[in-house]
Design a protein around this ligand. Structure first.
Ligand code: PMP
Length: 299
């Protein structure tokens, strides 16, 4: 049996799972989504992902026609149907089928689908050697326009940035906001570590505050909590490229990438030019967390 996809109340083979050409998710990017992971039959922070999905939908005034509990059951059932213990889960809710006009009121029922698939891991070499990233000209969406806190189907801002990074030979783009402050990358949040001069001489973990325009990453939150339980000093602080260039360590966080070290930004070597100590500690802590923090299911 091939991969089964949940769509609007039913499971069907992936070849048959399709949406209408009149779906506003397709016509206008009018919808929301989540990317979630399961580790050894444990869905990592599932409730937090569903909460974010519901919040994104609420802001867009899309009423998801399931309860969070029902959605949780759909996700678990999809994993079980596909006999997946380790998986990447994509949950999508669109405005639904309407006419060719923009009017969301013409869309009567949201389209819902859930895809669970084998997780495609980044090459291990990337974690050992670290990433080289580049700042791109496309600025992150203004929170006053399309708030990056909404995980919407409209990802063109990120896609343009990704194209610009790839045109310059980099896999990932660093995005500024309209004032030139660091926000995040195209699919990951960003952190830096800096030992500041002064009496403390202790490394501080820093990430931009999300009001500047970034997704409130679930992995980001997990890393903040792990750092706090290790009593690592943490601050959400406005940072510039200059701050990143002169950091001891930089790393990115996201559901797919987990914690990935950054060793070069815009041609500037970061720290010693190899993955840093705190990055590796937090990556280890994160791996341990994925083995215990989540919703368990049985195949
Ligand atoms: N920023 C953006 C723009 C994202 O799309 C994502 C998710 N891929 C993240 C950050 C990381 O968020 P999370 O840790 O919740 O996956």
């Amino acid at each position: 049996m091939g991969l089964q996809v949940y769509i609007n109340g039913k499971w069907m083979p992936k070849e048959l799972a399709s949406v209408s050409v009149f779906d506003h998710g397709l016509l206008y990017g009018d919808g929301v989504f989540e990317g979630i992971r399961a580790y050894g039959s444990l869905v990592f922070r599932l409730r937090e992902h569903l909460q974010r999905l519901w919040e994104s939908a609420h802001t867009l005034m899309i009423t998801i026609p399931l309860t969070k509990q029902q959605m949780e059951r759909v996700i678990i059932e999809t994993l079980r149907t596909n006999r997946l213990q380790d998986a990447y889960i994509r949950v999508v809710v669109t405005r639904g089928v309407g006419d060719l006009g923009l009017d969301p009121a013409k869309c009567k029922t949201p389209t819902i689908f859930v895809i669970t698939d084998k997780i495609v891991l980044y090459p291990a070499s990337l974690y050992k050697k670290g990433l080289k990233i580049i700042t791109v000209p496309t600025v992150r969406n203004l929170p006053e326009a399309i708030n990056p806190a909404i995980k919407s189907l409209n990802y063109l801002n990120n896609i343009l940035a990704k194209i610009e990074a790839k045109n310059s030979g980099c896999e990932e783009a660093l995005m500024m906001n309209h004032q030139g402050y660091v926000t995040e990358c195209t699919g990951d949040n960003i952190f830096m570590v800096k030992t500041e001069s002064g009496t403390r001489r202790k490394p501080v973990l820093i990430t931009p505050p999300d009001y500047l325009g970034a997704l409130k990453g679930i992995t980001r939150q997990a890393i903040i909590e792990l750092a706090q339980s290790r009593k690592i000093a943490f601050e959400a602080r406005v940072i510039t490229r200059h701050d990143l260039f002169n950091a001891d360590e930089v790393f990115l966080t996201g559901t797919a990438a987990e914690v990935i070290p950054v060793v070069e930004i815009d041609g500037r070597k970061i720290g010693a030019g190899k993955p840093g100590k705190m990055t590796n500690i937090l990556l280890g802590d994160f791996h341990r967390l994925t083995k215990k923090d989540g919703v368990r299911y049985r195949l």
